[in-house]
Design a protein around this ligand. Structure first.
Ligand code: SF4
Ligand code: SF4
Ligand code: SF4
Length: 450
């Protein structure tokens, strides 16, 4: 089925229960998608499962196949469904092929049997935790509005007990965004996470205050504010870059390193120039352009009728991927940090620019602040990696720079040039606030801001 023109692999998020979940997180954009399939049982049939696995394998020229399970809550399918998924993988695999199953869960339904199954079949589990108890329970509640923290952490402890590989996905919302260090330290020190993803929570509302599809220019009061997101990432970055490089992996920081290195892909579709390589498949085999656009205008077709290779190659999907780059407004095209941000995700581009151009990203201010802030350390890190040094070396370099910087500031006289390199006198720059103290910025970040 594949040929030299097809990509080496197709990435599909399969949603075996569609949008159905046992929880009812206040900001969940999945749950409203239930209305797309009125009367459905929301359970993937064996026929769809078999077609899906076979076509996914046929769509791979590469020998490593990632099979990604999402929801709603995929564990609602029961463990036997996933046993059959593994059977079908063995049934259809080509010689030399290996599989990595990934599954995103809220963790509340996990038990020893699930975890043993995950370990035995090498699943990588993503578990959703929004921070310590009060921050997590603010929005992540069950159908009766009751908190879920204890059950989620119970699920996480079981994964740890059975040595299942996991990462933590944290939704950054209006509430926990004001507590970056509390969230990060909890995930690192209490939850034992070495890999974290931070996903901004944005619920768009139309004029009637309803959200269903990606429409409307307003956001709910649970949605993270752009500046909040920027501050959240900056604060966590500053802690990470001084003590955790090489031992804690934050997806946004890893993607940034790749962009500062100039690699072809950041590993995160939102920070790549184009997208469209990650599709979403509903429980009945309907294939959509992306998990964030499971809505009628982005339906490509159904895999029971048309092979997913053909659906992925449709002009509509190619255009979807190219549009990410081709519809960037001028402010993005001329932006200094475009190489790192790429206008982020089109789903968040619902504002107009000062010049009345559409396509301005709601999160722009936050990302701009963040990418400017990390520029100095990222340049050093990229240089270290290019020379073959381990990433953790960055922490030593920064400690040394900051020590020298502190000495230079301490020695500077009021009329001396400011050691930050601004060209201004110290008293008009970092000495401005000097009533015995200068601004506590590392030399690199001060230089960057010029
Ligand atoms: S656990 Fe996930 S799918 Fe379920 S309600 Fe919460 S955000 Fe939605
Ligand atoms: S629309 Fe956004 S989430 Fe979807 S593939 Fe493109 S960048 Fe990724
Ligand atoms: S920071 Fe703002 S202007 Fe720059 S690329 Fe990102 S969204 Fe566009």
């Amino acid at each position: 089925m594949t040929n030299g023109k097809t990509p080496p692999r197709i990435h599909v998020l399969a949603k075996p229960t569609g949008a159905i979940c046992n929880l009812k997180c206040s900001y969940c954009f999945f749950l409203s998608k239930e209305s797309l399939y009125p009367g459905s049982t929301f359970r993937m049939s064996d026929e769809v499962l078999d077609h899906y696995i076979r076509q996914l394998i046929e769509a791979h020229r590469a020998n490593k196949v990632t099979v990604a399970w999402q929801g709603g809550e995929p564990t609602l399918m029961g463990i036997d469904f996933f046993r059959r998924a593994i059977e079908y993988q063995h049934k259809h695999q080509r010689p030399g092929m290996t599989f990595e199953n990934t599954l995103q869960t809220n963790g509340t339904l996990l038990d020893d049997e699930w975890c043993e199954f995950f370990r035995d079949h090498g699943f990588l589990i993503g578990i959703s935790v929004d921070g310590p108890r009060e921050l997590h329970d603010a929005y992540r509640v069950n159908k009766r509005g009751r908190p879920t923290f204890d059950r989620v952490m119970g699920g996480l402890r079981l994964l740890q007990k059975h040595d299942v590989e996991y990462n933590i996905l944290t939704t950054v919302n209006r509430l926990n965004a004001d507590h970056p260090l509390e969230v990060y330290r909890f995930l690192r020190d209490q939850a034992g996470a070495t890999w974290m993803q931070f996903i901004p929570a944005i619920e768009r509302l139309d004029e009637q205050g309803v959200f269903l599809f990606q429409e409307g220019k307003m956001v709910s009061d649970r949605s993270v504010l752009p500046e909040q997101l920027g501050n959240f990432l900056v604060t966590i970055f500053d802690e990470w870059v001084r003590r955790d490089v090489g031992r804690v992996f934050v997806q946004t920081f890893e993607a940034s390193v790749r962009n500062w290195l100039g690699l072809p892909s950041s590993g995160m579709c939102v920070f790549d120039a184009t997208c469209g390589q990650g599709l979403a498949m509903e429980h009945n085999g309907d294939l959509y352009s992306c998990d964030h656009f499971v809505e009628p205008r982005h339906l490509l077709g159904n895999i029971l009728r048309t092979h997913m290779i053909e659906l992925t190659g449709l002009p509509q999907q190619k255009k979807f991927g190219r549009d990410k780059m081709e519809t960037l407004p001028r402010c993005c095209r001329e932006c200094e940090v475009r190489f790192a941000c790429q206008g982020e995700c089109p789903r968040n581009r619902f504002l107009t620019t000062q010049e009345e151009e559409p396509g301005m990203n709601y999160l722009c201010a936050g990302y701009k602040a963040f990418f400017h802030h990390i520029d100095g350390p990222m340049k050093i890190l990229a240089a270290l990696l290019r020379r073959g040094y381990p990433a953790a070396q960055l922490m030593e370099v920064l400690a040394e720079n900051e020590g020298q910087s502190a000495k230079a500031f301490a020695k500077a006289g009021r009329n001396d040039p400011c050691p930050c390199g601004s060209g201004r006198k110290f008293k008009k720059c970092h000495g401005l606030e000097q009533t015995g103290k200068f601004r506590e910025e590392p030399l690199n970040s001060a230089r960057r801001s010029q």
